[in-house]
Design a binder for this molecule. Sequence first.
Ligand SMILES: [Mn+2]
Length: 156
Amino acid sequence: MHYLYSHNDLDGVSCGILARLAFGSNVEIQYVSIQRLDQKIQQHLETAKTTDPLWVTDLSMNSENEERIHTFIELGGSAQLIDHHKTALHLNDHSWAHVKIAHEEDKLASATSLLYDFLIKSDYLQRSQALDEFVELVRQWDTWNGIATKTSVQNG
Ligand SMILES: [Mn+2]
């Protein structure tokens, strides 16, 4: 079983929709606020099985949970964090983190657009025109129409 913890806003919920399409009933999804995430991840990792991949989208995490994920992976588990917030960029030091503020061509990224690309590249999901459009609309909403301003990067 895959476990996904995602932000409880439109961008985060859309990550859940993509995960549901990719993994079907083989994923448990929880939408959480920024304030609750660290507690949720900690609780999850206390009892997590290494055969159950962990996904975190549209949210960052504290250093204790970075450490816990590190240990989980050392024990044979797998984890993937996908985020687009500037405040999470330092997590790119880890092989399990994929944090990107923008796609190419000055196009700001959302967690949904990053996850979409990631799932397609990993052969978990097939690209379709309907999904292209859905993901692009979420990206525009979450990044204030993709206009690169300081505010949109911080709030997205
Ligand atoms: Mn977002």
